[in-house]
Design a protein around this ligand. Sequence first.
Ligand SMILES: [Zn+2]
Length: 121
Amino acid sequence: MNDDNTATFQDWADALYSLSRSPSERRSFPCPNCGVRALQIVYVGNPESHVGYCSLWCDNCRYGIQPSRVIIPDGVDFFPFSTDPDVVAAAIPDFREVYPDEDVDDEDEEEGDEDREMPTR
Ligand SMILES: [Zn+2]
């Protein structure tokens, strides 16, 4: 039995992208790691902007990702930021989080990156 995660963060991000485009077909997408159609997703976000973060995991192999700055698709149930953290935590089981490769800069910082392109003379 292979218990290792073979999917990269990008594989998971691709799965999230597919899910976010077709939230009603969530159960038709296989897990990028084990291939079982057991993906689960919980969104937490701003009720007005629909921007927040999410937990995407597989109920079978219990791997997943927790990206921030995601757009919550229309028509998808989510927890507003004001939700009691215990309530949110209760909706998300323990799973092993997959992180981006170390050579990829933290994408959360990318909005500030342009300032680094200062001419150096
Ligand atoms: Zn899986």
